[in-house]
Design a protein around this ligand. Structure first.
Ligand code: ADP
Ligand code: MG
Length: 247
């Protein structure tokens, strides 16, 4: 079953075409790594999935519902409902600085879903334990390391019980010694069969954890395959030369 199916997606900023006819799908329980040079449209593609950018053409289907079909968007209520099935983790964490770690986790389910406080508290405690930050529940983000902030951001995204987690370069803002702890959390989620799409420059991680790797260049999905296929037997010269430079 597809969680996300994207077809012929097009997006321009002014007269610059940033996504050219992008098509792909992500199946349930799959981990997809998206790689490609800076400026190739990876963030724009991910942001389009959660409606942080609006596309100019093509379709995005999430499970059985279209966020946008042949360039025509669903209604506002439906858009909210559809995008709430996806959790997003950003490069720069985007935590609320004036809220504690626990409050960062609890605010969306409280406000958006109006769930019972006891259920929300139970879930935030469980998720903080999962990412190894139970002792930071009452700390403010400013007191945390980058790696800890990103683990909070992952736990926060999980609070909404998403069908898929989207990561946009989750370790690119971190000092090298802190990337491991974040990749470890994502690896653990992969072992639990969380469906994920991860834009990353960490080739070792992509090779080890992804079921499918997609290579983007200049707004196009050039090719995708299993890590083995792509790393040892890429079809296109630009994939080969990117991998050659990245490894
Ligand atoms: P990547 O994530 O692969 O580095 P992006 O999706 O961020 O690529 O950017 C793709 C292209 O779109 C780049 O040329 C970038 O400058 C441009 N771009 C991204 N966001 C905007 C924006 N809000 N306004 C204008 N141009 C943008
Ligand atoms: Mg980007």
């Amino acid at each position: 079953m597809d969680i996300i199916q994207v077809s012929n997606l097009k997006k321009s900023f002014g007269n610059q075409e940033v996504l050219r006819d992008v098509s792909f799908s992500v199946k349930k329980n799959e981990v997809v790594a998206v790689i490609g040079p800076s400026g190739s449209g990876k963030s724009t593609m991910l942001r389009s999935l959660v409606n942080l950018e609006q596309v100019n053409g093509g379709s995005i289907r999430v499970q059985d519902d279209y966020l946008v079909k042949d360039g025509v968007y669903a209604g506002n209520q439906e858009i909210k409902q559809i995008t709430s099935r996806m959790g997003m983790v950003f490069q720069h964490f985007n935590l609320f600085p004036h809220l504690t770690v626990k409050e960062n986790l609890e605010i969306a389910p409280r406000v958006v879903k109006g769930e019972a406080s006891s259920d929300i508290r139970k879930m935030s405690a469980e998720l903080l334990e999962k990412v190894g930050l139970s002792d930071k529940a009452d700390a403010y983000p400013a007191k945390l390391s980058g790696g800890q902030k990103q683990r909070v951001a992952i736990a926060r995204a999980l609070m909404m019980n998403p069908q898929i987690l989207l990561f946009d370069e989750p370790t690119s803002a971190l000092d090298p010694e802190l990337t491991g702890e974040v990749l470890q959390v994502i690896k653990q989620l992969a072992q639990e069969h969380m469906t994920m799409m991860v834009v990353t420059h960490e080739m070792g991680f992509a090779r080890e954890v992804a079921n499918q790797i997609m290579f983007m260049d200049k707004g196009e999905f050039v090719e995708s395959g299993t890590p083995e296929q792509l790393f040892t037997n890429a079809k296109f010269e630009r994939t080969k030369s990117f991998l050659h430079r990245a490894l």
